[in-house]
Design a protein around this ligand. Structure first.
Ligand code: BEZ
Length: 237
């Protein structure tokens, strides 16, 4: 039991598979979302204020994630009827920061048994033994976990950052680059340097002026926002 709670999937590993009942019917995760990016995220409890503000924000941004070929899947250790009643309350009654009539179309998992929460290390007993922490798993089209975030119960997540991470991961895959601190589309990107495996020396002795080196280990190039945007949502590396 102790081990079961402490299982923590890690970056670079395949997303653990499971079947679950959700507000959109049964799902077989990740198999049902073949070829897509997936964001699997947990919240502590239905009918709580921080979670409500998060769901309204995610619901409002759902089209943006869909445009990035990304399936959102939520989870808490509440049951299906609680989920349905909470989502109806959000849609019919809550107006918050200019958001209203927010409909949640992505699946929300019934995990009363905590089966999925334990599989993904979402139960962190020092924070809570009875609810999931705020976890976010970014899973690529090949079902590999690429980024994990964990937030405590009392702190709502930043959904612009969640979108930035997804865009960043897709940019890394599509352009074979790394991304510096606070990168946003249109900012310069980091290119491999001569010291890196398989990089020809001429690559950094670039005469075209395209590459700028701050030092021998730190070179960047321009990557226009339009070029990034034209490749977002692509499924393959
Ligand atoms: C909330 O979503 O408001 C919340 C949930 C669990 C503990 C604390 C806050």
């Amino acid at each position: 039991m102790e081990n079961e709670v402490n299982v923590m999937p890690r970056i670079g590993e395949k997303a653990p598979a499971f079947e679950a009942v959700t507000t959109q019917g049964k799902i077989n995760f990740p198999a049902d979302f073949k070829g897509k990016w997936k964001i699997l995220f947990s919240h502590p409890a239905d009918f709580t204020p921080v979670c409500t503000s998060e769901f309204m924000t995610f619901g409002k941004m759902a089209d943006e994630f869909e445009a990035l070929n990304c399936q959102l899947v939520g989870l808490s250790v509440d049951g299906l009827y609680s989920h349905i009643a909470w989502l109806r309350t959000i849609r019919e009654k809550i107006e918050y920061k200019g958001m209203k009539d927010v409909e949640i179309h992505f699946p929300l998992i019934d995990d009363v048994s905590m089966k999925v929460a334990k599989l993904y290390g979402m139960i962190q007993p020092g924070e809570s033994e009875t609810s999931a922490v705020r976890a976010v798993f970014f899973i690529d089209p090949k079902d590999t976990i690429r980024t994990i975030m964990y937030y405590p119960l009392a702190l709502g997540r930043n959904f612009d950052e969640i979108k930035r991470v997804l865009v960043g991961l897709q940019t890394v895959d599509n352009f074979g680059v790394a991304l510096p601190a606070d990168w946003r589309p249109g900012d310069e990107v980091i290119v491999p340097t001569a010291g890196s495996c398989g990089v020809a020396k001429e690559r950094v002795e670039d005469k075209s002026g395209e590459i700028h080196c701050y030092d021998w280990f730190f070179c960047t190039r321009r990557l226009p926002k339009e070029e990034v945007e034209s490749r977002l949502g692509c499924a393959e590396k």
